[in-house]
Design a protein around this ligand. Structure first.
Ligand code: ADP
Length: 180
């Protein structure tokens, strides 16, 4: 029976660190479903559709990878998709506490699904979606950290947000004029 693995996360946006985990797990399992979390406690920069589209483009050359999105419990979605393995990446001890808690909770809820941790490639051990967004926000070059389509999407998103902020400042100042 083919082994299906699920790699869940926010992917806001997908980085080269995530892609390294996806490529390595695609060599370990028959199929890898990269599952984008819709209902994260975090407020994402990108919509779920945008995150899925970026992942599809970034993973287009890896044949046994499928991109999907889900709401609710990861283990429920994994079971629904026939996955028996949950893949997570570990960067540093700081990831460990949260990840082990998640793995134990998932195991308590669905023991037939095993969590497998892959150690990050040292090259990407400092990298996170948050770092990528902060660097881009302050005008740094992020081409070393993400694929070209993601680099473009991030710069377009910040341009849109700056434009929106500029308009709302204009709107607020016109409100201020009216309320004088
Ligand atoms: P979440 O919000 O679930 O943490 P992320 O998109 O931030 O979602 O991360 C998804 C998974 O990828 C997590 O297991 C995380 O530890 C791992 N990960 C994130 N960045 C890297 C990286 N640079 N190298 C290896 N694994 C990573």
């Amino acid at each position: 029976m083919p082994t299906i693995a699920m790699y869940p996360g926010s992917f806001d946006p997908v980085t080269n660190g995530h892609l390294d985990i996806i490529k390595r797990s695609s060599r370990m399992f028959d199929k890898v479903i990269v599952a984008v979390l819709v209902n994260s406690a975090k407020t994402p920069l990108f919509t779920v559709e945008e995150r899925v589209a970026m992942l599809r483009e970034s993973c287009k050359n890896i044949p046994n990878v499928e991109i999907d999105s889900f709401n609710g419990l990861t283990v429920t979605f994994a079971k629904q998709k026939g996955a028996t393995v949950m893949v997570r990446g570990l960067r540093a001890v700081t990831d460990f506490e949260n990840e082990i808690q998640l793995a134990h909770t998932n195991f308590a809820m669905m023991p037939e699904i095993e969590t497998v941790f892959l150690a990050t490639a040292i090259k990407w051990s400092y990298l996170s979606s948050t770092i990528v967004k902060e660097a881009a926000y302050y005008g740094s070059d992020i081409s070393k950290f993400v694929t070209p389509n993601v680099e473009k999407a991030v710069s377009e998103k910040y341009a849109q947000l700056r434009e929106r902020d500029r308009k709302s400042t204009r709107l607020n100042s016109s409100h201020r004029c009216l309320s004088r």
